[in-house]
Design a protein around this ligand. Structure first.
Ligand code: NAD
Length: 351
């Protein structure tokens, strides 16, 4: 066994079905007497129900969370927290809402309890990406992590199938990149492999029947593992490219991850063959092709052109993606990035 450092997992996690019922008790455990519930406008009704379940422990709902955590929205949420005298934050939703909880928590020191309802995986990480004046900046700080995460399978039963598939592939991308991360370790690799296996088993079941509780449970369990490894390891080329396409070309988060994963995994497969064994054992020795087949069978989008990103955007994207150096198992230049992205633009199976 090589030497390694395992950083530890400080977040308290409650996983199950019907676990939303534990929110009041968990808010109390954090010392909360006046929680502010956060959500998007789309999930405002669910947030309202949660607020009423919290009864005297909830002082209000702020339902304006938005993709990429705009600082202007965070400032409005800060105002709401202050005027209501909130002493605790409960975020109910996908990565956008959890991101808002992190943004308010890191500015105020208020404890944050996250209830994720997608598989994006922000909840177990120390990462916060925020946008201001059209620019996205990302930082890591242990204080960004939610104190408690409640996973409730029941909340995911209604997640639309297209979002389910793209969000699950978003989760899978965390695990694939954790396997070859320069700062990885055996614990992370075990969790990443188990996360991929749970997604590999659960996604086809949920696509066949979105209300299949056992399949949903596997996918949410996989998402927890994938989020955990995202919070422990440095990500490589895949996450960098998604950041470029999301930040500079405004492409949607989960779909972009879903489309790029087969191409980035295929690009890195030979350079990280030994580390990627837990992934190739599931998706095949031709990892890029196997992931592409899996995504296609699940009905995932395959072409960046369907998201509005076209061949004319390639030089700009390759330029931004190669401006800074970052860790990746295989070296690359702008020509490599252009070729990789061209295949993703056209939705062709990676070779
Ligand atoms: P999202 O949170 O924007 O959710 C998309 C839409 O789906 C929203 O309208 C939401 O209300 C709705 N929704 C969520 N759960 C639902 C459910 N169960 N049923 C029905 N509708 C539901 O999208 P996302 O993909 O979860 O998150 C993307 C964001 O998260 C991006 O901004 C990304 O940068 C961030 N993110 C951050 C990290 C991190 O570690 N900091 C990790 C992953 C993602």
């Amino acid at each position: 066994m090589d030497d390694f450092v395992f950083k530890g997992i400080p977040t308290r996690v409650i996983f199950g079905s019907g676990t939303l019922a534990a929110v009041a008790e968990e808010v109390a455990r954090l010392g909360g007497k006046a929680a502010l519930v956060l959500s998007t406008s789309h999930q405002a009704e669910d947030a309202g129900r949660l607020a009423s379940d919290l009864g005297g422990r909830c002082f209000g709902v702020f339902s304006e969370a938005a993709m990429h955590t705009p600082v202007a929205i965070t400032e409005k949420a800060l105002e709401a927290a202050k005027s209501l005298g909130a002493d605790c934050l409960v975020s109910l939703g996908g990565g956008s809402t959890v991101g808002l909880g992190k943004a308010v928590s890191i500015r105020t020191g208020l404890p944050h309890l996250a209830v994720p309802t997608t598989y994006a995986g922000s909840e177990m990480t120390d990462i916060l990406g925020e946008t201001k004046d059209g620019e996205k900046t990302t930082r890591r700080d242990p204080a960004i992590r939610p104190a408690t995460v409640i996973y409730d399978v029941a909340l995911t039963l209604g997640l639309p199938t297209d979002m389910t598939v793209t969000s699950a592939l978003n989760a899978a991308a965390h695990a694939v990149e954790a396997l070859y991360a320069a700062d990885g370790n055996p614990v992370i690799s075990q969790m990443a492999g188990a996360g991929l296996a749970a997604l590999f088993k659960g996604v086809p079941q949920v696509v066949a029947d979105p209300t299949d509780a056992a399949g949903r449970s596997d996918v949410l369990y996989g998402a927890w593992l994938c989020s955990t490894v995202l919070g422990q390891a440095e990500m490589g080329l895949h996450h960098k490219l998604c950041h470029v396409l999301g930040g500079s070309f405004d492409l949607p988060h989960a779909q972009t991850h879903a489309i790029l994963l087969p191409h980035t995994a295929g690009f890195n497969a030979a350079a990280a063959r030994a580390q990627l064994v837990p992934a190739t054992a599931l998706f095949g020795e031709d990892l890029g092709g196997g992931l592409w087949d899996f995504a296609r069978a699940a009905g995932a989008p395959l072409a960046l052109s369907d998201l509005g990103f076209t061949e004319k955007d390639l030089p700009g994207a390759a330029d931004i993606a190669t401006r800074n150096t970052y860790s990746n198992p295989r070296a690359f230049d702008a020509g490599d990035i252009t070729a990789l992205l061209r295949a993703a633009v056209n939705g062709t199976r990676p070779r």
